[in-house]
Design a protein around this ligand. Structure first.
Ligand SMILES: [Zn+2]
Length: 277
């Protein structure tokens, strides 16, 4: 029996208040994930929580072992993942406290391993893996609907759709970069949404991003530009509400054996040479 069916990759606020969590360490062929995995239950669903930056927030976005994180969740039985993250708003109307559930992604990271298919056989496999997956729609449609409904149920009118641009960090954008991102029509900017989303797809996981706007990014900022303190402050103000939304979203996700979305068939037509964990 699987240890968990749903994964949540987020901060410590998402597991530390559960009555009953089991902390387990998981090793993967790609090394250790960001931290222990915390197993708990929400509305009868088995959930695995993984603090993306480690529980003491010791890992900056560009040092996170994204491959180990997703592989660890999958190996525990997880098939659907919710990935909340803090972002900057690229439009004046997306001010602090906005919850946006993106439907598109732009990768502006520079130095991250972002595939399991690097030509070598997958761990335990024998077939060299040269695989080009479809990624036109990076997020799970069913997960997005569950997240949007959960937000509305908590009186939080979410923004349905938009483009998350992911930058390398750890620095924030210059004003010119921020203006350029906004001019492209992109909605929010963050540092962790990629390669999380594409690695999830490569493992046939459903992945849904929930972005919480903590600041107006540099180009839309009339003051000194975004600061880390500002981000933390707004996140702290909204974390309780976001947690409620996540819990409701978990409860609303389809049964993992019942996935009607395309995510489960991501590998159709490709021979991986191995059953994924
Ligand atoms: Zn899906």
């Amino acid at each position: 029996m699987a240890d968990a069916e749903i994964g949540v990759i987020g901060g410590s606020g998402f597991y530390s208040f559960l009555d009953d969590v089991t902390e387990i360490t998981v090793d993967t062929p790609y090394g250790r994930p960001s931290d222990s995995v915390f197993l708990g239950e929400i509305a009868g669903r088995q959930v695995a929580f993984l603090p993306r930056h480690g529980r003491d927030h010791r890992l900056p976005p560009h040092r996170i072992n994204y491959r180990a994180n997703l592989w660890a969740l999958r190996s525990l039985g997880v098939r659907q993942v919710l990935g909340p993250c803090a972002v900057g708003g690229l439009r004046p109307e997306y001010g602090p406290g906005t919850l946006l559930v993106p439907d598109q992604l732009v990768d502006r990271t520079k130095a991250r391993v972002q595939t399991y298919f690097d030509g070598e056989p997958l761990p335990g496999g024998s077939v060299p893996n040269v695989v080009h997956l479809t990624f036109a729609d990076p997020y799970c449609p069913a997960g997005r609907q569950a997240a949007l409904a959960a937000a509305r149920g908590r009186a939080w009118e979410p923004v349905d759709g938009g483009t998350l641009v992911v930058i390398e960090g750890p620095r924030f954008s210059t004003r010119a970069e921020s203006r350029w991102h906004a001019a492209q029509g992109w909605s929010v900017v963050g540092m962790t949404g990629h390669p999380e989303a594409v690695l999830a797809r490569e493992l046939s996981l459903c992945y849904t991003s929930l972005t919480l706007v903590t600041d107006l990014d540099a180009g839309t900022e009339t003051g000194d530009g975004v600061s880390h303190e500002e981000v933390l402050q707004v996140f702290a103000q909204n974390v309780g509400r976001l947690r409620e939304v996540l819990f409701d979203a978990v409860a609303a996700l389809p049964e993992s054996t019942d996935r009607a979305c395309p995510c489960a068939d991501a590998h159709a037509g490709w021979d991986l040479g191995i059953e994924l964990p």
